[in-house]
Write a protein that binds this ligand. Structure first.
Ligand SMILES: Nc1ncnc2c1ncn2[C@@H]1O[C@H](COP(=O)(O)OP(=O)(O)OP(=O)(O)O)[C@@H](O)[C@H]1O
Length: 296
């Protein structure tokens, strides 16, 4: 009998113990955005006195560790705090000291350890594909020819080397996102924070980019792989890509489940096979129910 593509997948709630040293860590975090100021009366408007509206926390009691080289997906309904968590790791938002750590340090915006990839490609329109990919590495101290060689290699990996001199306006949405993927992967950063990077793509193009991302990532030995925190609304995508899938619930945003996805790697050569595996589908159903649970 053929080996199932998906082996046992224990579920633990809320957070599991990391395998090795952690790259990303949150400890018992409750996070509120600063209150919006609102004028409440004619008198307060006149005197420019402002009253703070109480703010519900965006995240409560979050404890999470992502081990070095681990690929973790965050799923959950809109508003459950996925992007907030990513922004805290990227240093775009600040938590109380000691609550959030990247490589055991307070997160820093623009850190050389971290790459951030958005749902929309965010390419510079005046640069061609090659120079957009090079942009991600310009602060690395590589020479011009090294930069170009690396950028070409990254474009080759997403099968777009022939469009190196095309500008974003000459590329399809899928091609632009592939250039953005090459730009994210090319510098070989230690930590990749990816916020729904394939959400705007059709199913076929999405599968292609998932394969290309895995190919990039799985081509490194496990100890040299980047740590990935990947936000998505797509359960199938989360299960295909990640070592662990964390299910968040909203109101307030919290971690509800933490699943180990025990599918052997490399996966990029057999994504379709994994998709049609019965155990994979069962796990997909289970997570679907867990997501719905959060909507009640
Ligand atoms: N800049 C902000 N100021 C105040 N509240 C915010 C801000 N950004 C997000 N929020 C609130 O924080 C909560 C979490 O938002 P966040 O964007 O992190 O959720 P999400 O899970 O990423 O949602 P989506 O899947 O729709 O992107 C929401 O209630 C949202 O309204």
């Amino acid at each position: 009998m053929a080996e199932p593509a998906v082996a046992t997948m224990p579920s633990v709630a809320p957070a599991s113990v990391p395998r090795t040293a952690s790259a990303l860590r949150v400890t018992d975090l409750t996070f509120r955005y600063p209150p919006r100021k609102s004028h409440t009366s004619w008198w307060s408007r006149r005197t420019a006195r402002q009253v703070s509206t109480p703010v519900k926390p965006a995240l409560v009691d979050i404890t999470l560790e992502v081990a070095k080289g681990e690929f973790v997906a965050l799923v959950g309904p809109s508003g459950c705090g996925k992007t907030t968590l990513l922004h805290l790791f990227a240093g775009l938002l600040r938590a109380a000291p000691g609550k959030v750590a990247v490589n055991d340090h307070e997160p820093r915006m623009g850190s050389a350890d971290t790459s951030y990839m958005f749902a929309r490609d965010a390419l510079l329109p005046w640069r061609d594909a090659l120079h957009n990919v090079m942009l991600g590495m310009e602060s690395t101290g590589l020479s011009g020819s090294e930069l170009e060689e690396r950028a070409r290699g990254a474009l080759r990996s997403v099968e777009l080397e022939h469009l190196a001199t095309s500008h974003p306006s000459q590329l399809s949405q899928g091609q632009r996102q592939r250039v953005a993927l090459a730009r994210t992967m090319a510098p070989g950063r230690e930590i990749l924070l990816m916020d729904e990077p394939f959400a705007a793509l059709d199913a076929q193009t999405k599968l292609r980019l998932q394969r290309e991302l895995l190919q990039f990532w799985e081509s490194e030995t496990p100890e040299n792989r980047s740590t990935v925190l990947f936000v998505t609304h797509d359960l199938q995508e989360a299960l295909l890509l990640a070592d662990r899938v964390i299910v968040m619930h909203p109101d307030p945003g919290r971690i509800a489940y933490d699943h180990v996805v025990d599918v052997a790697r490399p996966r990029h050569t057999r994504l379709e096979e994994i998709l049609f595996d019965d155990d994979f589908r069962d796990l997909h159903h289970q997570l679907f129910d867990e997501l719905k649970e959060g909507e009640r």
